[in-house]
Design a binder for this molecule. Structure first.
Ligand code: PLP
Length: 430
């Protein structure tokens, strides 16, 4: 099949990137469980190493199963290319790596996955990079945070732990005015609910661990490049626009045009950082993506029902689901994620920290785990787990205050989910 833009999402999620195997005719994408690939001859090998011919050398760089997944995600996101990596966190480093240098900074939203807040506020300092955290509801503050050393703007579309939708159009406008790429973590939304590139994003990152694979079996990530950014418009991105010493002086943007970022990610990022996705994991994720739209529809439908029910429960202080009429982000849902506000939200309990702990311990269908985006419903008390490393001020800014529980609604029967929440809330407030 040719992956024409005329095909609908439901067709592309099954067919994009996948062709019958040329050697065997296998209809499903085979798991190419191999480390290396035999060169036709020495000349072929040299052409591959010079990036004059595209092909397979070594599975740290490229692998046919992983390549099929890269093409599928790039197609669903409307991007020019994609690079898969070993986790969502690896994808974030891989997205920043070609555009950052020691002394440079990235302007990021305060509303991020807890692990991303730690990665950006602490760990990237080891590379000489830094992050400036800003409230993305205040675009003047985002613009003001950008300085001479800023190289990217980073946010989540539907922000973890839920209920917040970033105005991507506004963020893209600010990044664009400063000549910077906007990087959007689209993990909680998936391309079925939100396509950040259509709102001006340059790069889209995912933790494929979550909804893309969809059943809690894989750790994986991906960076999708829109192909729209002019890396040569300024001298800010020398690794892409100028001769790259790590690849014998190759000029990636001049040589590969809209695929510059993707080629850099493979030829230097995966080659030297080695955060490679394995073909077995790529296979599971390809299988998951085949049903993405169906699952997301049910996640959204269930989340709406459960969130509305919770909102009216006497033990509940507030529910932050952007799909509720009471959410301040209704207009953004319609504009940014028209297929729904996702399956993730938080619930604040009147009984505070102790009630939250009792609540999560009393649930039976919901599992208390540090994960989201699974077919099964999951719950976590962020303040005592994922957001534990943060100060209380950071927890509140990230939507993970001590009396807040994050809920990832699965695709089970909504009546059963409501019954389970009801009995657990009863125990928590007893
Ligand atoms: C889980 C998650 C990550 C990190 O992904 P891993 O695959 O766990 O490394 C990043 N961003 C968001 C929004 C996530 O939910």
């Amino acid at each position: 099949m040719t992956d024409g833009p005329s095909f609908g999402f439901d067709t592309l999620q099954i067919h994009a990137g996948a062709r019958p195997d040329p050697a065997t005719g296998a209809r499903q994408v085979p798991i190419y469980q191999t480390t290396a690939y035999v060169f036709r001859d020495a000349e072929h090998a040299a052409a591959l190493f010079n990036l004059q011919e595209v092909g397979y050398i070594y599975s740290r760089l490229t692998n046919p199963t992983v390549a099929a997944l890269q093409e599928r995600v790039a197609t669903l996101e409307g991007g020019a290319g994609a690079v898969c990596c070993s986790s969502g966190h690896a994808a974030q480093i891989m997205a920043l790596f070609p555009i950052m240098e020691p002394g440079r900074n990235v302007v990021v939203s305060t509303r991020l996955y807890g692990g991303s807040i730690t990665q950006f506020s602490q760990t990237i300092k080891r590379f000489g990079w830094s992050a400036k955290f800003v409230d993305f509801d205040d675009m003047d503050a985002v613009a003001a945070a950008i300085d001479e050393d800023t190289r990217a703007v980073f946010c989540e579309s539907i922000a973890n732990p839920g209920g917040y939708i970033t105005d991507l159009d506004a963020a893209a406008k600010v990044a664009d005015a400063a000549g910077l790429p906007l990087i959007v973590d689209n993990t909680s939304a998936t391309p079925y609910l939100c396509r950040p590139i259509e709102h001006g994003a340059t790069l889209v990152v995912h933790s494929m661990t979550k909804y893309l694979t969809g059943n809690g079996t894989v750790t994986g990530g991906v960076v999708v490049d829109s192909g729209n950014f002019d890396w040569s418009a300024s001298d800010k991105f020398p690794s892409l626009s100028a001769p790259e010493p790590a690849y014998h002086g190759l000029k990636f943007h001049e040589t590969f045009g809209p695929l510059a970022f993707t080629f850099h990610g493979i030829a230097i990022g995966l080659r030297d950082l080695g955060m490679t996705l394995n073909p077995q994991a790529a296979h599971y994720t390809l299988m998951g993506i085949e049903t993405l739209s169906l699952r997301m529809q049910r996640h959204v439908e269930n989340a709406k029902r459960v969130a509305s029910w919770l909102e009216n429960h006497p033990a509940v202080e507030q529910v932050t689901y952007a799909g509720l009429a009471s959410s301040p982000y209704n207009d953004r849902v319609a504009r940014i994620c028209p297929n729904g506000a996702g399956g993730l939200f938080t619930v604040g309990l009147k009984g505070g920290y102790d009630a939250c702990v009792k609540f999560v311990d009393s649930l039976e269908i919901f599992s208390h785990v540090a994960n989201l985006g699974d077919t099964r419903s999951l719950v976590i008390h962020s303040a005592s787990t994922t957001h534990r490393q943060l100060t209380e001020e950071q927890q509140i800014a990230a939507g993970a205050a001590p009396n807040v529980v994050r809920i990832s609604i699965g695709i089970e029967d909504a009546n059963d989910l409501i019954a389970d929440l009801d009995q657990a809330l009863g125990k928590a407030s007893a």
